[in-house]
Design a protein around this ligand. Sequence first.
Ligand SMILES: *Cc1c(COP(=O)(O)O)cnc(C)c1O
Length: 421
Amino acid sequence: MNYFSTKDNTTKYTPREAVFRGLPPDNGLFMPESIPGIQIDTLKGLSLPELGKKVLEGYFDDIPGNVFDAILQSCLNFDIPLKEVSPDVYVLELFHGPTMAFKDVGAGFLAGCLNYYAREIDRKVVVLVATSGDTGSAVANGFYGQSNIEVVILYPNGKVTPFQEQQMTTLGGNISAVKVDGTFDDCQRLVKSAFLDKTLNEKLVLTSANSINIARFLSQSIYYFHAYNQWGGNDAPVFSVPSGNFGNLTAGLIANKMSMPVDRFIASVNINRTFTDYLESGEYDPRGSVPTLSNAMDVGDPSNFRRIDHLFHHHVEEVRSEITSYSFTDDDTLQAIKDVYENSGYLMDPHGAVGYLGLKKYGRPGIFLETAHPYKFHESIDSLEVDIPIPDQAAKFQGGEPRFTSIGRSFEEFREFLTNS
Ligand SMILES: *Cc1c(COP(=O)(O)O)cnc(C)c1O
């Protein structure tokens, strides 16, 4: 399979080049040159890793079959069950992975691919990740124990939750945490500067684990097929996806183009409604983000918008023919968590609740994606006075000894850290 930039269809990249680079040099996004079809009835009854192989092998055809099997087995080693919440309303629980967020699948798959590609070039690869919280822990866990890779996570001092900090700083091994005395933007700037620094790049092979990486983005299409396998309805389901950067939803579009039947996609968002407004007006008008309870979706300029625009040939009418978007406030979200808990005993986190609201509003049988375990966001639903049992994955991080290096905002300090470690 070859990959092209959404901005340039003349330069080809192999899967390995696209994974290593993350982004094409022209600032577009990588897309596969074609989307392979799949016989949907051949997927029935397959385990998650088997299903993953059928869905993804065409996209990563430079990885040998036995290596690919092992990668899938290690990143899909937890359940992704579909449960009924109320008649015609189903939830796909994506939070049973090591950090209790759906990003575990993509991060684990990317880690496995990079580890294989790194072995091929026989040099230590350093993955740099700037995080505001969730991505860092999913990436850290995905890469933990991969022998050919060192991971350096930069996070802003005082701006991540104590639980997130615990998740990033207690692993040790090939994972180092750097606490930056600054903001998330400072962390991102330090990472960018490192990629541009000549001497550093002579010494180390640097790469990133950004969510727009094809390995993170494409691997998410697995769970749509897995949901469909568990779907008993006669008609194709609606999929309501709580969305921020729209990687998850775009992976659903890919699954659909590979032949998976879908009634409609609902892009459910909080009040960061750039995409909802785009479907209404036909104009894409990016803006700054506004903080909400579903903070992993606080995005004013969704990075995968260009992939959607590309898939639908830059025609908003084509996008409208497959996707509906609704936006909900924090009050709507809290009310939905409360109502659903009282009526059916099912506890949603704020992100899943936005997905639930979108499905209900559209009003046809379907599935909403629950992207995080409610425990992860228990502070924001404490007012509802619901007892949330601490899940096993959370217990694992408690009591570990946090290890991190503190630095200021200057690039010199970060460079020194990278050179000496
Ligand atoms: C990242 C994230 C989202 C948003 O996913 P996108 O692919 O960026 O649209 C939703 N919920 C949770 C819990 C997340 O961590």
